[in-house]
Design a protein around this ligand. Structure first.
Ligand SMILES: Nc1ncnc2c1ncn2[C@@H]1O[C@H](COP(=O)(O)OP(=O)(O)O)[C@@H](O)[C@H]1O
Ligand SMILES: [Mg+2]
Length: 266
């Protein structure tokens, strides 16, 4: 790792929704300029984790420190300041349907600055070019394919030149070529612009391609953190079942127990 300074610190994070504990005392650090992948099955708590990093969710207990600032108890106004340095790619993409692609990408500038529409258009066009989209500026999100929408969302996430970009399932629903293109983009942003990235994914191939380090999360707990090589060598049976795509193992056994438990309750 080039620089071991922590850019993001998640310390003893616990999150409950009602009486369900979704995150169970998780801790990790993301170093400056690294690609940190949070890998795990669906429902394991990946999206919940990154929503805490951007302050969309408040911990039940624990702390989140971004760029040396404890964001746990910040007001919305203070959070807006912190978020200026962060880009967030939503799992669903979340483009505004009634705006054109260039307006979506330039949204921050149209809303918060005095830049002329012409200047914003140019900026949006540059960001779109970075993600391999050209000639779609005047189209609406509904006119784009899923992969193109994902790329447009990514262009919007990086429009403000953020130091930190958080990606929620950037490859889901994409064909292998578009998926590889997104992986390359995430790496290019690190290599060319020094962006620090947190990528949430259940896509093993992507995780092992892009990650400097990986955290394996399952049922709200972290089972292993390390470089891709360290994760491959992890002795943990949950990690091994997941990375080797095994139908049998502790994850399946737990699932079976839950199904039986639910049936008993009914
Ligand atoms: N706002 C919420 N209210 C109640 N339960 C939630 C909420 N958000 C997520 N959950 C639950 O938390 C668990 C983890 O969700 P999530 O973080 O979205 O998982 P992942 O992104 O790993 O698929 C799931 O069981 C989900 O149903
Ligand atoms: Mg999710």
């Amino acid at each position: 790792m080039k620089n071991k300074e922590p850019k993001i610190i998640v310390k003893n994070l616990t999150k409950k929704f009602g009486d369900r504990e979704i995150l169970k005392n998780i801790s990790f650090e993301v170093y400056d300029k690294e690609i940190f992948v949070i890998m795990g099955g669906s429902g394991s708590g990946k999206s919940t984790t990154i929503k805490h990093i951007i302050g969309l969710l408040k911990p039940t207990s624990g702390q989140i420190i971004v760029n040396g600032v404890d964001i746990t108890n910040l007001s919305n106004e203070e959070l807006i300041e912190i978020r200026k340095k962060m880009g967030y790619l939503f799992q669903e993409g979340a483009l505004f349907d009634s705006l054109t692609i260039w307006e979506n990408v330039g949204f921050y500038y149209l809303e918060n600055t005095n830049m002329s529409p012409k200047e914003v258009f140019k900026l949006a066009q540059e960001k779109l070019k970075l993600v391999g989209l050209q000639g779609v500026e005047y189209l609406y999100p509904s006119e784009l394919s899923g992969g193109m929408r994902k790329r447009a969302s990514l262009a919007r996430a990086i429009a403000t030149n953020p130091e930190i970009v958080l990606y929620d399932e950037p490859n889901s629903g994409l064909d292998p070529v578009t998926s590889a293109l997104i992986d390359k983009l995430v790496m290019d942003l690190r290599d060319n612009l020094g962006v620090t990235s947190v990528v949430v994914t259940h896509d093993l191939e992507s995780a092992f391609t892009i990650a400097d380090r990986i955290a394996m999360i399952h049922k709200g707990k972290i089972y292993a953190i390390g470089t891709p090589e360290e994760i491959k060598r992890s002795p943990d049976p949950v990690v091994q079942q997941f990375i080797n795509r095994k139908a049998e193992g502790p994850i399946t056994e737990e699932l079976m127990r839950e199904v039986i438990q639910k049936a008993k309750v009914k």
